[in-house]
Design a protein around this ligand. Structure first.
Ligand code: HEC
Length: 176
């Protein structure tokens, strides 16, 4: 009887560390990340009309020639989340003036940072990142992994690697 008990403990431990390893190997683009990002896209519909937003302003790589920020609290499954949404505009004639006249023609991507609970990613201030194309589908990296979640934790390029440079400002480059 006693040895069964130990086998159970060992088997349980192996399964548990397997899960832990797997979830570490997949800091982003997993099923949970994609589901949350899709729910979030639906929940933030109409963000262009949120009261807290910036003007259109000139941007830089990788985000785009012209940018605009929006901030709000958004409910997903009854939980409120702080989110910063950034419209990334591009295209040959994109300037603050042309984009302001017809934003839809220049919208290239929408990037968001969502403040998650403690424990989501304590090494990096618990931000969830996502990059959508203008139709709301998730953009993917060269390996075909969806850009949603802790993108790209542990790698030397990507949302986290770059935003870490603003580490002393909670990973945010913009202040207001
Ligand atoms: C090479 C650097 C770099 C990478 C990679 C990068 N960003 Fe940014 N990001 C910036 C800079 C610089 C700003 C602020 C200046 C600006 O508005 O262009 C910014 C601003 C933002 C903002 C507005 C909040 C803030 O920090 O000011 C969001 C949201 C955002 N990025 C999301 C993302 C997401 C999502 C990804 C990955 C898909 C990503 N970023 C990848 C450099 C980067």
């Amino acid at each position: 009887m006693k040895s069964y008990f130990f086998i159970l403990i060992i088997a349980g431990g192996l399964i548990f560390s397997g899960i832990a390893l797997f979830s570490q190997a997949m800091p982003f683009g997993g099923e949970k990340d994609v589901t949350f990002a899709n729910q979030f896209w639906t929940a933030m519909k109409g963000y262009q009309e949120w009261p807290m937003k910036s003007e259109f302003y000139p941007g830089q790589s990788p985000h785009g020639k012209v940018l605009k920020l929006y901030y709000n609290l958004v409910n997903v499954d009854g939980e409120p989340y702080h989110v910063i949404v950034k419209d990334n505009f591009g295209g040959e004639n994109a300037t603050v003036e042309t984009v302001a006249k017809s934003p839809k023609d220049y919208l290239a991507a929408v990037t968001i940072m969502v403040q998650m609970d403690e424990g989501y990613d304590p090494d990096n201030n618990n931000w969830f990142y996502a990059k959508y194309l203008k139709d709301g589908s998730l953009d993917k990296n060269a390996q075909g992994t969806a850009l949603a979640g802790r993108v790209a934790k542990g790698m030397n390029a990507g949302c986290i690697a770059c935003h870490k440079k603003a580490g002393d400002n909670d990973y945010l480059f913009s202040n207001d």
